[in-house]
Design a protein around this ligand. Structure first.
Ligand code: 13P
Ligand code: SF4
Length: 349
């Protein structure tokens, strides 16, 4: 159906695709998508469902037709996270799963470095990202040339690179890490000194826990650097008994004010396991929406810091991406070989 209908056009928009697929809002569609709506009914008002449901149905049909899988990061909005994705998780889980995917197409609902990681582990597959604006302030803070210069200035010191970087930066590194394994990776290296790039706050948080000397870079996550210790103290005063859990991309002062700190999935697991009456998740705010679905007895206090890059992905551009097979992620094969080594080493450690 797809091939016939697109023959005269290079790119079809979301509404055009829905028309081609003959999908529109109706009571019948409401019944067909009821199971999906039930998953998100606590956070998406019923009045908004007529906009989401046609896209959800179309994406799920197309996914099967095209033998595609959708990988979604924990920061994606609930209709993406719960209604169309096949694999969900933090950066480490997504990287691990990307290596095991048995499909022709991987569509990444996350930011560009995540899609690039999927491509590095699947050079023979088509990897799609729905928006080229899905960047990351950390990935943009450093280039391959910067890493080469740091290595020249600090010879024979291993380089650990956070996955929130371009393939070019990974290719200059000895091993990658994510927020869930950063400390273990640093400690696993024999050297007493480690170059840790590019997140300064994650580096400082790791430095508090290790005996090794950490050489840092001044990259910051534009979402997590906004949180302040004063804000956390104020939340605790206004919300007595609230538990505070923070992502390690926050400053050490913010992490010091929290009851727990860990990767996005570690934060999710902490809530599942501890079932606090009230919790403040010091991170991107879609996370609270996503996990409130499975934790109905937990009251989420929401400081709403959105990642503008993650939020460029939506149902409309996901459908467009699948149908039009755009935007395809490409990595220079020579860079890919070296970058992949750093990721595989991380996965194996
Ligand atoms: P996680 O690896 O914890 O999912 O973090 C990725 C990220 O970009 C957080 O801002
Ligand atoms: Fe990058 Fe921060 Fe957005 Fe995560 S939340 S993708 S680190 S800008």
């Amino acid at each position: 159906m797809k091939e016939q209908n697109t023959k005269n056009k290079d790119f079809l928009s979301g509404p055009e695709i829905l028309k081609e697929m003959n999908i529109s809002w109706s009571e019948k569609l409401f019944k067909e998508t009821k199971d999906q709506y039930n998953k998100v009914s606590r956070i998406i008002p019923e009045i908004e469902w007529p906009f989401f449901a046609p896209y959800i149905k179309a994406i799920n049909i197309l996914k099967k037709d095209m033998n595609a899988v959708i990988l979604a990061h924990n920061y994606q909005t609930p209709e993406i996270f719960h209604c169309i994705s096949d694999i969900r998780g933090d950066s480490l889980q997504l990287a691990k799963e990307a290596g095991n995917v048995d499909a022709d197409i991987i569509l990444q609902c996350g930011v560009h470095f995540m899609a690039e990681t999927s491509k590095l582990l699947n050079m023979d597959k088509t990897v799609l990202i729905p928006s080229m604006d899905a960047g990351c302030s950390l990935a943009e803070s450093i280039t391959g040339a910067d890493v080469r210069k740091i290595k020249e200035e600090n010879p024979n010191i291993p380089v650990v690179t956070y996955v929130n970087t371009s393939a070019e930066v990974k290719a200059e590194s000895d091993v990658c890490c994510t927020s869930s394994n950063a400390l273990n990776i640093v400690n696993s290296l024999e050297s007493d000194e480690v170059i840790f790039l590019p997140d300064e706050y994650l580096a400082l948080n790791v430095a508090k826990e290790t005996k090794k000397k950490i050489i840092m870079w001044k990259g910051r996550c534009e979402v997590h650097e906004e949180f302040t210790p004063e804000e956390i103290i104020e939340f605790r005063e206004n919300e007595p008994g609230v538990k505070v859990i923070a992502h390690p991309e926050c400053s050490p002062e913010v992490v010091a004010q929290s009851d727990f700190s860990g990767s996005t999935s570690a934060m999710i697991n902490w809530v599942k396991d501890n079932q606090p009456n009230k919790v403040l998740m010091v991170t991107e705010c879609s996370m609270s929406d996503n996990i409130s679905v499975e934790n109905p007895n937990v009251d989420f206090v929401r400081p709403c810091n959105l990642c503008p890059h993650m939020k460029t992905i939506n149902l409309e551009n996901i459908l467009e991406s699948l149908w039009n097979k755009k935007i395809e992620v490409q990595v220079n094969p020579e860079v890919a070989i070296k970058a992949k080594q750093a990721i595989v080493k991380m996965i194996e450690l």
